[in-house]
Design a protein around this ligand. Structure first.
Ligand code: ADP
Ligand code: ZN
Length: 434
């Protein structure tokens, strides 16, 4: 491993398009053969009359059935395993707030490949064995904990499993251990900075922080810039989901021009969520992922419900792994108000353009006199000179973006609830759901 190399896995990261596609066809055929060990997929393939020999190009993935979160729930806990349980060494499970939790099983090989993927991402943004990496994810079932832990160790960094919460202790670790890199959800970075301010700690002078991996929840380009300026660091978008192992599915490179999805691990499709037909590059659709090097529990055409679009298939960084736009949100995050479709991220994008405002906000939907209403509460950093004028200006800009007039409330810092995990941005208190 050459520390000066830009690439941790040059043989995979620098493949040409043709080479990527050839590898994907080979790995998809192998995955299909392997999935035949599983009654769910075996039956589906037979019903559709499709065999591994029918896969001659990457596009042939469209001959295969989709897999949904409901399928994972229906087969809970181990029904989608393609290996006997004794070959598995770990499982992760989702919270299951809306029904049966989902379970993903891993063999030792799966865990190794997962750690390699995370290490590749962290190396890509410039982290090296001399760095000190602090992970503020929850550990346990949440994949952001162990996922980053093993990836950072695989790279060779001194890794601090600080876990979620206890911000004072988090900051003490940053200063005492000379932490140079942190993984955190974007909303928590703001909290760390607030507490640093209260402690009189200047991140530029009093810490060695230089790189942040931010992800696990949707965030805007504006919020990223805020975080970078706040701490004097580079912040890179990190995308993952437990069904696809966890972190390490996709990451931005130093160009910060979209998320590189690792195509030696996944086949990426963007489909129209209604028709399930592919959409052209550049158009927004639902992200569909097929795992092509997983052993315990391969998933075919998994519908992620995340909405995004293809930005490009080449990059100045030298990697030809597909680049996707930052997630617009999940299809289930979309709010429908008086017939208008709105994503929380649209509101965040506007709020972050006001330097007077902090990054903590909450959208509340209510029904008043049979009408849907939206209240946007947002904290300010310092009390603005003219509160009324600022509120008006924010309302006007929001209206331009979402075509509805929200009720805007400015609040002092620290008023809104602060989550330690993924931020809750929307409270829907409407009596009649549309
Ligand atoms: P849960 O389904 O309980 O939220 P996960 O931790 O598996 O558990 O969450 C994965 C989801 O989190 C993704 O499907 C996506 O919606 C969101 N997510 C993860 N990383 C990002 C990111 N960088 N940007 C936007 N959304 C993200
Ligand atoms: Zn790149």
């Amino acid at each position: 491993m050459l520390e000066s190399s830009e690439y941790l896995h040059p043989d995979k990261e620098c493949l040409s398009h043709e080479e990527i596609r050839a590898l994907q066809v080979k790995r998809l055929q192998e995955t299909m053969r392997h999935c035949m060990n599983n009654p769910f997929y075996k039956k589906k393939f037979e019903e559709m009359g499709v065999t591994p020999e029918d896969i001659k190009s990457v596009e042939d993935v469209r001959k295969l059935p989709f897999t949904t979160k409901q399928d994972l729930r229906d087969t809970y806990p181990f029904g989608l395993a393609s290996v006997p349980l004794e070959k598995c060494v770990r499982l992760h499970s989702s919270s299951g707030t809306t029904g049966n939790p989902t379970v993903i099983l891993h063999t030792q090989k799966d865990l190794d490949e997962w750690a390699n993927a995370v290490a590749r991402c962290l190396w890509m943004v410039g982290l090296r064995p001399s760095d000190v990496f602090q992970n503020s994810s929850g550990y346990g079932m949440f994949t952001g904990g162990l996922g980053f832990q093993y990836g950072a160790e695989r790279l060779g960094m001194l890794t601090v499993p600080a876990a979620a919460g206890n911000t004072l202790r988090q900051i003490k670790f940053i200063t005492d251990f000379g932490t140079t890199a942190i993984h955190a959800v974007p909303s928590y970075v703001t909290r760390i900075k607030e507490v640093m301010d209260q402690q009189g700690i200047d991140p530029r002078k009093d810490t060695k922080l230089r790189i942040l991996a931010i992800g696990a929840e949707p965030h805007s380009e504006e919020q990223r810039k805020r975080i970078e300026n706040m701490l004097g660091v580079k912040a890179y978008n990190s995308f993952g989901m437990s069904e696809m192992c966890g972190p390490g599915v996709a990451f931005e490179c130093k160009e910060q021009n979209g998320l590189h999805f690792w195509e030696d691990y996944y086949i990426v499709e963007i489909v129209d969520p209604e028709t399930l037909e592919p959409v052209p590059d550049g158009e927004i659709g639902e992200l569909v992922l097929t795992t092509i090097n997983r052993e315990a529990m391969p998933l075919i055409r998994y519908r992620t419900r995340d909405l995004t679009r293809v930005l490009g298939r080449t990059c100045p960084c030298g990697r030809n792994h597909i680049r996707l736009d930052r997630m617009k949100g999940r299809s289930d995050d979309m709010m429908v108000l008086r017939g208008v479709n709105i994503f929380p991220i649209q509101i965040e994008k506007i709020l972050m353009q006001f330097k007077e405002l902090s990054t903590n906000y909450l959208i509340t939907l209510t029904t008043d006199n049979d009408n849907d209403n939206m209240t946007v509460e947002v904290e300010y950093n310092e009390a603005p000179a003219d509160m009324v004028a600022l509120t008006k200006e924010i309302t006007r800009r929001l209206k331009d973006e979402i075509l509805l007039t929200p009720h805007v409330k400015l609040l002092p810092l620290g008023t809104l609830p602060q989550s330690e995990g993924k931020a809750v941005r929307v409270k829907d208190l409407r009596t009649v759901y549309q």
